[in-house]
Design a binder for this molecule. Structure first.
Ligand code: DAK
Length: 679
């Protein structure tokens, strides 16, 4: 595939951002795509085009409703909502296409119709205007067959709801310009999406998984009810296949896409006949269970898991997509609890071989693995790894850029991601052609939103275990303290909690001017136990008063102020500038990596004040007192190691507090914590 960098924002786009866009089709997904584009790129002039004025009116009303609701829920400012709706119009006149620099088609899945639309579009737009189709199944090679300038066309396949679902497949096809794929990846990643590049196979990557998952579920109706199948599927997905089909009115789509796959690739893909006669499935809601006899349960599970594994190995064997994207896409776009390759790894080779053999027996023709199962696993799941060369550097060595990529959780850290970062550093730290490392975040919103709060409840209640967990979790940070090669943090957005603790252990920090730092732990009824109560006071003692406010009130620190305080070494404007500066600093640090001062440090007293967050919310007095005493004790500690140990033990203490239970429980239940009863 034509991809130079795994992180799309490392590409240099060869075109400017779009200014005038038309979305053709005011049905289900077209308006949602339009809403996404207008909220992500508010200055855009966007026309929603359809042959039916009524559909346009309904769509525009729907989009106004989205914006009103977002403002009502505090998810969007009134100004931003106004900007999103300004420059958005509907039209039935294809004449508006003249002057558009991007036309995006989201009409019905009908090849002849799409070809007619594209012939009309091409006759009206400039030869260099971008043309994309939102088809979920039809290969680009077929849709764009009649275009005079096919190189400026491709498929951009969104997932419902397109304004919110981050995934979008970008198809890299034989006659498309590779630079167009680079431009679209960059544009989408900069505008909050997760672009996944796939080849031009029918149904691309994710719909091959989803359509065949649904079709397999329908084949199983010979043995079980829809509710029983959805109930068993609940092990793998948040919502069962029949529930989703009801929601998306998906039966005709499966008929269409699986017929396409069957005609092209074999009868095993032929859609179950029942899809043509049923409008709505009688099934259960997500999370509900119904009784299923153990034997039946096991055979449904085998077949559902089997089809997931079979599709996954086929996608990878045919190079339709890559392994990390496949897992991430299944989680983000399709609502799987774990990616199919994670399921494969966790089930083990013998179990997967059994399940695949059963599928091969019961569903002849279904793809089987062409390699050892271990070969399908991605090298990294949660980080992207790129090598960037600085033309100005005389050493000729490259810089390894590690990008944290968990877009579903604003790049929040968990153990597996921590281990992956550490493994990448270990892999390259003795390599003479690597000058050092940059750690950054995917997208433009967050460097890292801290540790994954979903995993916190298991840490609570046992002081020794929690302190030990903090020690164990510091393995990456302690490694950075000793690393001979320079590691520079490139803050592309928010750096929160554990994410900021990671950035603070990098040898230098570069930040986008819009980036910010925050330690929200105190608002969760916990404290930052893996360095933030220790390291910044030793590295930047001049910032001690500000650090006090960050730790005990959760105050936010903007990049500009952090730069003035000396915490950020350099400010940048935009992602490209950020990475370029970080890479230059890695080269400049060669042979003189700074170390965190080891000895004790003086810290000012904490002002006696009510435990209250920067936003006015009441905090836990117990937690604030624990933070203050840990900061004092750590500052007085004779060595960095002893000081860090203070932090681990303080985390152990806080993990046993009622405040921690309340704070974390409240976050996960999406409510405000009430520390009045917890102390
Ligand atoms: N963990 C898991 N998911 C997260 C997350 C996190 N830290 N931060 C955000 N997300 C998820 C959100 O839940 C949401 O998921 P969906 O609802 O879409 O499923 C998605 O990311 C997008 O976030 P929002 O919809 O909330 O986006 P907004 O722009 O509205 O808000 C926000 C952005 C950053 C203000 C908000 O997401 C937020 O407040 N996030 C939580 C920030 C936070 O409190 N971070 C944790 C700090 S505590 C330890 C080691 C380390 C640590 C502790 C112990 N040991 C080893 C012992 C570290 C602790 C921390 O980092």
């Amino acid at each position: 595939m034509n991809i130079r960098f795994a992180n799309p924002l490392l590409e240099t786009p060869e075109r400017p951002a779009p200014r005038r866009v038309a979305v053709i089709g005011a049905g289900a997904i077209g308006p949602d795509i339009a809403y996404y584009l207008k909220t992500a790129l508010p200055g855009l002039e966007l026309t929603l085009l359809d042959v039916r004025q009524q559909a346009i009116d309904a769509a525009l009303a729907r989009l106004k409703g989205y914006a009103d609701k977002a403002v009502e829920r505090g998810k969007m400012s009134a100004d931003k909502a106004r900007a999103a709706l300004t420059g958005l119009q509907g039209s039935t006149d294809y004449g508006v296409l003249a002057g558009c620099d991007w036309v995006l088609e989201a009409a019905t899945e009908d090849l002849a119709l799409k070809r007619r639309i594209f012939a009309d579009v091409e006759a009206r737009v400039a030869p260099e205007a971008v043309i994309t189709s939102n088809t979920s199944s039809l290969p680009a090679e077929r849709i764009f067959v009649g275009l005079k300038h096919p190189e400026r066309a491709t498929v951009t396949h969104f997932f419902a709801p397109a304004w919110r679902n981050p995934a979008v497949e970008v198809i890299d096809w034989a006659r498309g310009d590779p630079a167009l794929v680079g431009w679209l990846r960059h544009l989408f990643a900069a505008a909050g999406k997760l672009p996944l590049v796939t080849s031009d196979a029918p149904c691309f990557m994710l719909d091959r998984v989803f359509d065949n998952w649904c079709n397999e579920a329908a084949q199983l109706l010979q043995h079980a009810t829809a509710a029983q199948i959805d109930s068993v599927a609940g092990e793998f997905v948040h919502a069962g296949p029949f529930f989703v089909l009801n929601l998306a009115h998906g039966n005709p789509i499966i008929v269409e896409t699986n017929t396409l796959q069957a005609d092209e690739e074999g009868e095993h893909y032929r859609p179950a006949a029942i899809f043509r006669s049923v409008e709505r499935w009688k099934t259960i809601n997500p999370g509900q269970k119904v009784e299923v006899a153990p034997d039946l349960q096991a055979s449904i599970r085998d077949r559902l898991l089997g089809v997931l594994l079979s599709q996954s190995v086929d996608i990878l064997d045919r190079g339709i997509g890559n392994a990390a994207d496949l897992d991430l896409g299944c989680r983000v776009a399709l609502g799987f609890k774990r990616g199919p390759l994670e399921l494969m790894r966790d089930a083990g080779d013998a179990e997967c071989a059994r399940v695949l053999q059963r599928l091969a027996r019961e569903r002849r023709g279904m793809p089987t693995p062409q390699r050892a199962l271990a070969a399908y696993q991605p090298a990294e799941r949660h980080v992207l790894v790129d090598t960037v060369n600085d033309p100005a550097s005389s050493s000729g060595a490259g810089v390894v850029v590690i990008t944290l990529r968990r877009p579903e959780a604003l790049n929040a850290l968990h153990d597996e991601m921590t281990d992956e970062i550490l493994a990448v550093i270990r892999r390259h730290e003795n390599d003479p052609v690597v000058a050092g490392f940059v750690i950054t975040g995917y997208g433009t919103k967050a460097f890292c939103a801290g540790a994954d709060i979903g995993r916190f409840p298991s840490m609570l209640g046992d002081a020794e275990a929690a302190a030990q967990y903090a020690r164990d979790c510091s393995r990456l940070l302690v490694h950075l303290d000793r690393c001979e090669k320079p590691v520079v943090a490139a803050l592309n957005g928010m750096a929160l909690g554990g994410g900021l603790e990671l950035a603070m252990r990098c040898h230098e920090l570069v930040a986008d001017r819009k980036a910010s730092m925050q330690l929200p732990e105190v608002t969760l009824g916990i404290l930052p136990g893996i360095g933030a109560m220790v390291v910044p006071y030793r590295r930047w003692p001049q910032a001690a008063a500000v650090l006090h406010g960050m730790l005990t009130r959760g105050e936010r620190l903007g990049a500009q102020r952090a730069h003035e305080l000396g915490m950020v070494d350099e400010l940048a404007d935009g992602y490209a500038d950020l990475i370029a500066r970080a890479v230059r600093r890695v080269h400049a640090l060669a042979g003189r990596v700074p170390r965190i001062p080891n000895g004790p440090v003086a810290v000012p007293e904490f002002a006696p004040e009510e435990p209250r967050a920067a936003d006015g919310r009441a905090l836990s007095a117990t937690v604030v007192a624990l933070i203050q005493s840990a900061v004092r004790e750590a500052a007085a500690a004779g060595t960095l190691e002893q000081a860090l140990e203070t932090g681990y033990r303080a985390f152990g203490s806080v993990a046993c507090s009622a405040a921690a239970r309340e704070g974390i429980g409240a976050f996960l239940a999406r409510r405000s914590p009430d520390f009045s009863a917890t102390g």
